[in-house]
Ligand binder design. Structure first.
Ligand SMILES: Cc1ncc(COP(=O)(O)O)c(C=O)c1O
Length: 370
């Protein structure tokens, strides 16, 4: 065990510089090509990445957009969800999931999560469905896909759409199928810290529904039906060529990076599993460990002491969505699991360049400070 009071080697929560360093030459070359061709918006780098990402997810279509929040909003708009409609949202998620529901004028209805995985469940969805429910946002939070068989069965029986928020689950599988291939549509964020991250903002919608893909593309491009004719009330949300080029290069490494994340998780399980509560892996699900979330008492003290020893951590999330002032009007009923977990969650360093030595130091330090 490390000597408490002495600093271990600092451990970063995430290390993008280390991730990108071996790719520097290829990124430089790709960016030079884009500069030479001036294809900054649209163009072959975007088309190419969209094709690669659809293929990777196992879907027919991909539309690159400006970020993951826009992707969610565009899907809801393309599904014609709006005022008077209810959309189910897990209470334990990043606020963007609920934000998108509000932006289209619909009502977010928050539902509780499973205590083991902290993900939405089919029974919770079934219990929250009303005649006004149009869709459920299934968030593959922390990199894990919940039981899509039972969720899809409940949604189909009720005639509501399943929208996957796969912002944290690039490459995760359930029953061997990749995130993005289950719902009416799925959305991704390529925020730099995601498992597949751009060098700035980026996002995508994937779907097997050609009509939906076309509508998302139209809405994201000022509602253009043809170049000079605006058939829809749209907006501007496009993926840049520079970002698409970087994403195509990084995609070649995604599976290897996810495999490393799995090893890191395994090491955390071995060292911490008997002492702290880790996220449970669900049957049939193969997570990509976007975040390594543990649950501990005195979370804030532990976080501060780890910081003092040079170990960075994060909190995902400090409050369930419905407890944020911005969503206060939708705080209608108790959601005990999400509410109880919020002040106990702590995210440990997790990234594809984390060494076994660093994971050991983090885990041993956590144990010593408990
Ligand atoms: C679960 C979830 N949904 C949506 C988003 C929004 O993505 P972006 O930041 O690209 O808008 C994020 C990103 O943080 C996320 O984690």
């Amino acid at each position: 065990m490390p000597l408490i009071g002495s600093r271990t080697k600092p451990v970063a929560f995430i290390d993008l510089a280390a991730l990108h360093a071996p790719l520097q030459d290829r990124l430089d070359a790709a960016w030079r090509d884009i500069l030479a061709g001036s294809a900054f918006i649209g163009g072959s780098a975007v088309d190419d990445f969209e094709q690669r990402w659809a293929d990777y997810c196992g879907t027919d279509h991909c539309v690159g957009v400006a970020n993951g929040t826009d992707a969610l909003e565009l899907v809801l708009s393309a599904l014609h969800i709006g005022p008077g409609d209810e959309v189910l949202v897990p209470a334990n998620t990043f606020v963007a999931t609920a934000e998108a529901v509000l932006t289209v004028g619909a009502t977010p209805v928050f539902v509780d999560v499973d205590p083991g995985s902290l993900l939405i469940t089919a029974p919770a969805i079934a219990a929250a469905i009303t005649p006004a429910t149009r869709a459920v946002m299934v968030v593959h939070l922390y990199g894990q896909i919940p039981d899509m068989d039972s969720i899809t069965a409940v949604a189909d029986a009720a005639g509501i759409e399943v929208v996957e928020d796969a912002a944290q689950a690039h490459g995760a599988t359930f029953d061997g199928r990749r995130a993005g291939s289950f719902g009416a549509a799925a959305t991704f964020s390529f925020y730099p810290g995601k498992n597949l991250g751009a060098l700035g903002d980026g996002g995508a919608v994937v779907t097997n529904d050609r009509g939906l893909a076309d509508e998302v593309r139209t809405l994201a491009n000022h509602g253009r039906g043809t170049h000079l004719l605006h058939t829809h009330r749209g907006r501007n949300s496009r993926l840049d060529g520079l970002q698409a080029a970087a994403l195509s290069i990084k995609l070649e490494h995604l599976d290897r990076w996810n495999a490393h994340r799995r090893l890191v998780h395994q090491q955390y399980v071995e060292r911490l599993g008997s002492s702290v509560s880790l996220l449970q892996t669900l049957p049939g699900s193969e997570p990509v460990h976007h975040l390594e979330v543990i649950r501990v008492d005195e979370r804030d003290r532990l976080r501060e002491e780890l910081a003092g020893l040079g170990i960075q951590t994060g909190i995902h999330y400090a409050l369930p969505c419905h407890k944020h002032p911005a969503f206060a009007e939708f705080d209608v009923r108790p959601l005990p699991v999400a509410e109880a977990v919020a002040n106990r969650q702590l995210s440990l360093p997790m990234h594809p360049t984390l060494t076994a030595e660093a994971v050991k130091a983090v885990a041993d330090t956590v144990l010593a400070l408990l």
